[in-house]
Design a protein around this ligand. Structure first.
Ligand SMILES: NC(=O)C1=CN([C@@H]2O[C@H](COP(=O)(O)OP(=O)(O)OC[C@H]3O[C@@H](n4cnc5c(N)ncnc54)[C@H](O)[C@@H]3O)[C@@H](O)[C@H]2O)C=CC1
Ligand SMILES: CC(=O)[C@](C)(O)C(=O)O
Ligand SMILES: [Mg+2]
Ligand SMILES: [Mg+2]
Length: 347
């Protein structure tokens, strides 16, 4: 482990230097890694592990995503199977169904978790909320997680570009004495950059907060609020969208990603810097109570309850799609579609 100072707090982290891919290959040499589910994380992790020289098979029920797996190069009967067949063949079971579907399939998965096998997650959800999910692994299997901090789509894209998303890792149950080593090897194998350690509770709590907060929920909320104020004051959709979203994603966020907030500020006008330095605190004060409310809703398991209840309904996909469509069809995002189509590189 490398000791890295994160803003004054020293943490142990694992880099690819200390745990190179060759070591991951050694640790996993005798394992058959069965990726169960081929939604968003499934393809990213399975393809990265395959390209990293690991022994990977995919288990997916027949349908559209099964066809996608075939199109991605998985071979039926050789590296692509029905879920139960993959569960039987796999020694490390990567449980990458949606969190709600994991509850439904658990009795089936459990049957195949014989002594010495490993159960791998990319989220602390199923285990942390075991009273709600019923996911209680047998005592003689290793249970661990590696959670890439980003979409499976980005995990694959960055890997192909020779880059990597960071991931957290955690061991919940070490039956063989090798769980930690296997966990880190898997986290490296799926194409992670550096790794930081956590536990299942902290992973799910921070993850649910982040995605409901700045990563997804809050960002849409703050975009919508500014866009509406601009429109209510007579600005055109293209002007409102450009000043709210397009400039952020195309120009300013890449600068933040590259070198931090002060660097982005420093590359804007002194007029902009003056205003931003004055206004960030009022925005923080206004939103902090909402973040506190959100964290509490995660902590009391209200978020988990809601997610399980709604995502377990038979028509949840249809309802989700309707809500996504509502976003897509809002004036702001329709304006966005027009703005994107005008990017010079799209011509
Ligand atoms: N989406 C992402 O990029 C991220 C997901 N995660 C975690 O990774 C895990 C997998 O999530 P996603 O890839 O988003 O899953 P997903 O929602 O894309 O679904 C994965 C697969 O589950 C299958 N499935 C759904 N219901 C089923 C059922 N009843 N029986 C059999 N198969 C069924 C679907 O065919 C699909 O292939 C979750 O624990 C999630 O929290 C973690 C980090 C990011
Ligand atoms: C992409 C990711 O890490 C999320 C937002 O937590 C998720 O998809 O659950
Ligand atoms: Mg998440
Ligand atoms: Mg996440």
């Amino acid at each position: 482990m490398a000791q890295i100072n994160f803003g004054g707090v020293v943490e142990d982290i694992v880099t690819r230097e200390e745990f190179p891919l060759e070591k991951a290959r050694e640790v996993l040499a005798n394992e058959t890694i069965a990726v169960i589910g081929y939604g968003v994380q499934g393809p990213g992790q399975a393809l990265n592990m395959k390209d990293n020289g690991l022994n990977v098979i995919v288990g997916q029920r027949k349908g559209k995503t099964y066809d996608k797996a075939v199109a991605d190069g998985w071979v039926p009967g050789e590296t692509l199977f029905e879920i139960e067949e993959a569960l039987e063949k796999g020694t490390i079971i990567c449980y990458l169904l949606s969190d709600a579907a994991q509850i439904e399939l658990w009795p089936t998965v459990k049957k195949y978790l014989t002594a010495g096998k490993s159960l791998y997650f990319s989220h602390g959800f199923g285990i942390t909320y075991k009273e709600k999910t019923g996911i209680v692994p047998p005592a003689d299997v290793d249970v661990f997680l590696a959670a890439p901090k980003g979409s499976g789509t980005s995990l694959r894209r960055l890997f192909v570009e020779g880059k990597g998303l960071n991931s957290s890792f955690a061991v919940y149950q070490d039956a063989t004495g090798k769980a930690r080593e296997k966990c880190i090897a898997m986290a490296i194998g799926v194409g992670s950059g550096y790794l930081f350690e956590t536990d299942f509770y902290k992973e799910v709590t921070s993850d649910l907060t982040g995605e409901r907060g700045t990563l997804m929920g809050a960002i849409q909320g703050i975009f919508a609020a500014q866009y509406e104020v601009l429109r209510e004051n007579g600005h055109s959709p293209s002007e409102a969208f450009n000043e709210t979203v397009e400039e952020l994603t195309q120009s300013l966020m890449p600068l933040v990603a590259e070198n931090g907030m002060d660097w982005m500020y420093a590359n804007c006008s002194t007029t902009a810097q003056r205003g931003a330095l004055d206004w960030w605190r009022p925005f923080k004060e206004a939103t902090k109570p909402v973040f506190a409310q959100l964290y509490n809703s995660v902590k009391t398991q209200a978020e988990a309850e809601r997610s399980i209840t709604l995502n377990s309904q038979p028509d949840y996909r249809v309802k989700l799609e309707a809500e996504l469509e509502e976003l897509r069809e809002s004036e702001m995002w329709r304006a966005g579609a027009a703005v994107r189509s005008l990017r010079p590189e799209r011509n």
